[in-house]
Design a protein around this ligand. Structure first.
Ligand SMILES: [Cu+2]
Length: 488
């Protein structure tokens, strides 16, 4: 969103809420009494015109009149209090993706709260207990694919790594019609049923392989997208990320897209992964970063290769293949042309290569008390539904566990698309990561590969309440790929 000099943080660290107060106008902060303990701000959801850089404004749904919405940045241990005002024509909520909040603050309509009606308000309040890169978004209907999201950064009390500069990069897919993805879907701009992620080519334009129009009461199909944006702008409208030679730069990367997995590369620079879904990992160098919907990674790169470089999406069979997304520009570079990127092999962030580090934010799971096996399926033969163990939400089986039980989920993907499975209220260990040291990574969203892909996670059910567990492809979630985990 904006670059923030690490040194500035250090400068402000000694004087409590100075940073918060200095940002108070733009952040919509109402008051900063007890600045170190409570941060209070207002998010207004409304229909707004935004300019993503395609030459015409688009009417979409936003927080505080921009997509992404206002960046929220708090310190570990602070309480965040957010007043949501709903100026939309529909009910809405806010979900704090990845943050282990108390159940009634989790923002899932009719499960953790009554949705906020048009014209009404709701106040969310929770302690920012686990530092990391998160985002907040609506959990109602198809609103996520209309722009209702924003970054949420919880700064650690003590920063383990030193870096010179930081950027928050939020990626999204965009259907360039008023109302975004769901409106495009209603117009019939959807993917054909049997197609896998591969072979679709560019996301823009009409594919000529229209699926049948959904019948009344059926879920919407995933739209064909026209554009992919970084921080709300397409490539040619995206302001360059400025760096200086010799700097160590942190990127906090968030995939807020409704239905696109990105494989991100910064030309000319390897990326060092330092955090997965907010939590620290043993630094791992990769050439490109595969990131599913709902996942976040913090990466660093050394600015030691002066030039003008693209951030782009690799053609990895993804519908976003080959798209340029942004620019990294070194100070002093005048040339308008981009440096060439050459690679002979691409190292990706396979979960098996990532290793966790001991931290105080989660106890190792160890022995498992209960295992739940989930077969993910759907989308075949033009079916509009996506299933867990053959059932469509809300008819999927609830998973009921006792508080502090040690739980294992095993996933088996019978379908032709990958599914980023996201659990609310908890983080989980990724089984199969950290094989050498046995320290697994902890995440809250796990991408289960297509075509017989498998994955498993383990967690301690230590947060009581009814928690959503679902595919973070919005169109799969809305078409049934969800269940509820009841921690009693
Ligand atoms: Cu899915």
């Amino acid at each position: 969103m904006e670059d923030i000099k690490r040194r500035d943080f250090l400068k402000y660290a000694g004087i409590g809420g100075a940073l918060l107060l200095s940002n108070s106008a733009s952040m919509g902060i109402l008051k900063s009494a007890f600045a170190e303990e409570t941060k209070e701000l207002r998010l207004t959801a409304s229909i707004t015109e935004v300019d993503i850089g395609i030459g015409k404004p688009l009417k979409t749904w936003t927080y505080n009149s921009s997509a992404p919405g206002t960046e929220i940045r708090v310190k570990e241990g602070e309480t965040l209090r957010v007043h949501l005002k709903n100026n939309l024509p529909e009910e809405t909520t806010i979900h704090w993706h990845g943050v282990p909040v108390p159940n009634k603050m989790d923002g899932v309509p009719d499960i953790t709260q009554k949705p906020v009606q048009p014209g009404q308000s709701f106040t969310y309040e929770f302690k920012a207990s686990v530092p990391g890169t998160y985002f907040y978004h609506t959990h109602v209907s198809y609103q996520l694919d209309q722009g209702l999201y924003g970054p949420l950064i919880i700064e650690p009390k003590r920063e383990e790594r030193s870096y010179d500069r930081e950027y928050v990069l939020l990626f999204d897919d965009w259907a360039a019609v008023d109302g975004g993805g769901p409106e495009a879907s209603k117009m019939g701009r959807t993917r054909p049923g049997m197609m896998s992620m591969g072979g679709m080519g560019m996301g823009g334009g009409m594919m000529g392989m229209m699926r049948r129009q959904p019948e009344a009461g059926e879920p919407l199909q995933e739209p064909i997208y026209d554009a992919y944006v970084m921080n709300g702008k397409i490539f040619k409208a995206s302001p360059p990320l400025k760096v200086k030679k010799g700097e160590r730069v942190r990127l906090r990367i968030i995939n807020a897209a409704a239905a696109t997995t990105f494989v991100l590369r910064l030309a000319g620079h390897p990326l060092i992964i330092t955090h997965a879904d907010g939590l620290p990992v043993k630094p791992l160098e990769v050439d490109a970063l595969r990131i599913g919907m709902g996942e976040r990674y913090d990466v660093e790169f050394m600015a030691n290769n002066p030039g003008r470089w693209q951030i782009y999406n690799l053609n990895d069979g993804s519908p976003a293949g080959g798209w340029s997304l942004g620019t990294v520009l070194y100070q002093g570079i005048e040339s308008k042309s981009y440096n060439d990127d050459s690679m002979t092999r691409i190292r990706l962030n396979e979960y098996s290569l990532l290793e966790g580090v001991e931290n105080s934010y989660g106890k190792p799971v160890g022995k498992v008390d209960k295992t739940f096996r989930m077969t993910l399926s759907g989308g075949m033969m033009g079916s509009p539904y996506w299933t867990i163990n053959g059932k469509v939400y809300p008819n999927t089986e609830n998973i009921t566990v006792r508080r502090n039980e040690h739980i294992r989920f095993e996933f088996f993907n019978m379908s032709m698309m990958a599914h980023p499975m996201h659990l609310h209220g908890h983080s989980f260990e990724v089984v199969g990561s950290g094989r050498s040291s046995r320290t697994r990574i902890r995440k809250d969203t796990l991408l289960i590969p297509a075509h017989m892909g498998e994955g498993a996670v383990e967690f301690i059910a230590d947060n009581p309440g009814a928690w959503m567990h679902h595919c973070h492809n919005l169109y799969h979630m809305m078409a049934g790929m969800a269940n509820v985990v009841k921690v009693t």
